[in-house]
Write a protein of this length. Structure first.
Length: 348
């Protein structure tokens, strides 16, 4: 009897041991599989402040598609638009900290970090789409990106939105004197603020996502932006005058967190860079088309009065802005100004 009980206990112990071995074995096996899968999937969290249906919103989507296609799904770009994660004020810091991996702020907002980029914000420095294309895709773009000295970020490229226009709730903005005493929203950046100061106007710096509300409640009189941003953020609905002035250019620096970038395998970096080159080419064409089409939509859908700046009026604005040209020339030199005005690789 004792022998029989011992035999049963031994059998039970062996079976229990076998069960635990199998169970734990299979558990750790599936855990390893999961870990492998996690390692092979890289996620890029890409944050921006505009709507989906804008040159930057669409470029971000195109980039995500191309990255997924080229890496066969290994790299996933998650897009957070309309400032849902971070606004203009905090997206750069979030990128530096690695809380997000990519952003594409306008270069105006980065002048504190890259002082030479002041040149890009000079009024009327850009006059032709072919010029903007050459600056943002050619040799000059590489030179501009190499001016980023922040060790926490790397520049991957430039995207375009297009030429900026002026709007106001008070008067048509045609002569420099028309600006006097009016208050305009500006995005962060010293050159844009100085441009309005020379026009004897007041400025308030604020995030893009706040502009509609302050215009609607008439806390400010006007603002400057591209037709696409004026359309997608419905700013035209709360303004009475729109001047097609093409006085400034809104472009974006696409940036990635440096540590994240350095830790990517070489082949993945190359595929992402290729996706960036293809997206940039696509974005340059798409932004021109989009701004033209959205001007028609604004014309169709609102009573806003649309004015076109004449060559004579433009010359008067330029004269007003001369001190700003002089200041920037003293700070960054005439060579860079000339290079942006007349890029050697422009296809005319
Ligand atoms: C703005 O602040 O008006 C723009 O820079 C927004 C954007 O990203 O296009």
């Amino acid at each position: 009897m004792t022998k029989y009980i011992s035999f049963c206990l031994l059998t039970l112990a062996l079976l229990t041991g076998y069960y635990f071995y199998q169970y734990n074995g299979s558990q750790s096996l599936s855990y390893d599989d999961e870990q492998e899968e996690l390692k092979s999937h890289i996620t890029i969290r890409f944050s921006h402040v505009v709507a989906e249906n804008t040159p930057k919103g669409l470029a971000a989507q195109k980039f995500a598609e191309l990255v997924s296609e080229k890496t066969k799904g290994q790299v996933k770009v998650e897009i957070y638009q309309n400032g849902v994660l971070y606004s203009d004020d905090d997206e750069y810091e979030a990128l530096q900290n690695g809380d997000i991996q990519m952003i594409a702020p306008s270069f105006s907002k980065l002048i504190d970090t890259v002082p030479e980029w002041k040149v890009l914000d000079l009024p009327f420095i850009f006059e032709r789409e072919t010029q903007a294309k050459a600056v943002f895709t050619g040799e000059t773009s590489e030179q501009l990106l190499s001016m980023i000295t922040d060790p926490k970020v790397t520049g991957l490229g430039f995207w375009s939105n297009g030429f900026k226009q002026m709007t106001s709730n008070k008067t048509a903005l045609l002569e420099p004197d028309d600006f006097q005493g009016q208050t305009f929203r500006v995005m962060p950046g010293p050159i844009i603020a100085e441009q309005f100061r020379l026009l004897k106007a007041n400025t308030i710096v604020m995030s893009f996502n706040e502009v509609y509300q302050v215009l609607e409640t008439k806390k400010i009189d006007g603002q400057e932006n591209t037709l696409s941003n004026i359309y997608s953020n419905r700013l035209y609905k709360v303004q009475q005058h729109l001047t097609i002035s093409n006085h400034g250019y809104l472009g974006y620096a696409v940036m990635v967190n440096q540590e994240f970038w350095e830790n990517l395998p070489d082949d993945i970096q190359k595929k992402i860079q290729q996706a960036m080159i293809e997206t940039t080419k696509w974005n340059m064409k798409e932004s021109v088309h989009m701004n033209a089409q959205q001007l028609q939509e604004i014309q169709k859908n609102s009573p806003i009065q649309i004015h076109y700046l004449t060559e004579q009026q433009k010359q008067k604005w330029l004269q007003t802005f001369q001190p700003l040209y002089q200041k920037v020339e003293n700070e960054v030199g005439n060579e860079l100004i000339k290079q942006i005005q007349f890029p050697s690789d422009e296809e005319r």
